[in-house]
Design a protein around this ligand. Structure first.
Ligand SMILES: N[C@@H](CCC(=O)N[C@@H](CS)C(=O)NCC(=O)O)C(=O)O
Length: 214
């Protein structure tokens, strides 16, 4: 299978790690902003990343892609089957993709990506999101991570992955997640990052991330 996209995108990282957790082999083809191979141009009609190419099956959107992967490879599903766990997992994925990503993007884009795209960064927007939006997200996570290592089902699921992905981007350019103030959230995120699938994805994306931080 081919994943079209840029590895440092939270949505692309989500599908790369998900595939690794499911034992699905993928290659990653660079794509984004309307440029990329045919599988991306045809598979992602609105130009977003990631897109998936599995033979003649083309699909965009990280949520759609992970749903496909989970169903393809039965076993221990990353999207749990039990109704309450499944519903909670979808909530956390939605929370990661929308609320966390919306705040995180203001920080990562303006502190890292903008200058690479030769765009004027809005550093005040990044500072504001770090000061006002991220603490509410950390407070929420701290409140749900009581007496548990993982968000759902006592194991690593899509819930942890989807929430952690935008936080990983924020962590590249912000030290805002204080382990003193949010100890459970900070140690949960370290646990996610220590998973071999996540550690491998972060190592592979580092050559793209490092120049953005210079
Ligand atoms: N809901 C989509 C969101 C994908 C998305 O917004 N990707 C960003 C990169 S992080 C993108 O393609 N941005 C380029 C653009 O909006 O043109 C998903 O889950 O895949």
């Amino acid at each position: 299978m081919i994943i079209h996209g840029a590895r440092p995108s939270p949505f692309v990282r989500k599908v790369i790690v998900f595939a690794a957790e499911k034992g699905i082999e993928v290659t990653v083809e660079p794509a984004g902003f309307g440029r990329g191979a045919e599988g991306y141009l045809k598979g992602s009609p609105f130009g977003k990343i990631p897109a998936l190419e599995d033979g003649d099956f083309l699909l965009c959107d990280s949520t759609a892609i992970v749903t496909y992967m989970d169903a393809l490879q039965p076993g221990e599903e990353m999207i749990p089957a039990a109704p309450k766990e499944r519903a909670r997992t979808i909530w956390y994925e939605e929370f990661g993709d929308t609320i966390v990503q919306a705040a995180g993007q203001k920080i990562f884009f303006n502190r890292a990506v903008a200058k690479r795209l030769k765009r004027e960064p809005d550093l005040a927007a990044a500072d504001l999101a770090e000061a006002q939006e991220m603490p509410k997200i950390h407070d929420y996570l701290e409140s749900v991570l009581v007496d548990r290592d993982w968000l759902v089902a006592d194991r690593f699921t899509l819930a942890d992955l989807a929430v952690a992905c935008p936080l990983i981007n924020v962590g590249y350019v912000s030290a805002g997640l204080s382990a003193d103030r949010w100890p459970r959230t900070a140690s949960w995120l370290e646990r996610v990052k220590a998973r071999p699938s996540v550690a491998a994805a972060m190592a592979a994306e580092w050559p793209m991330v490092e120049p953005m931080l210079a």
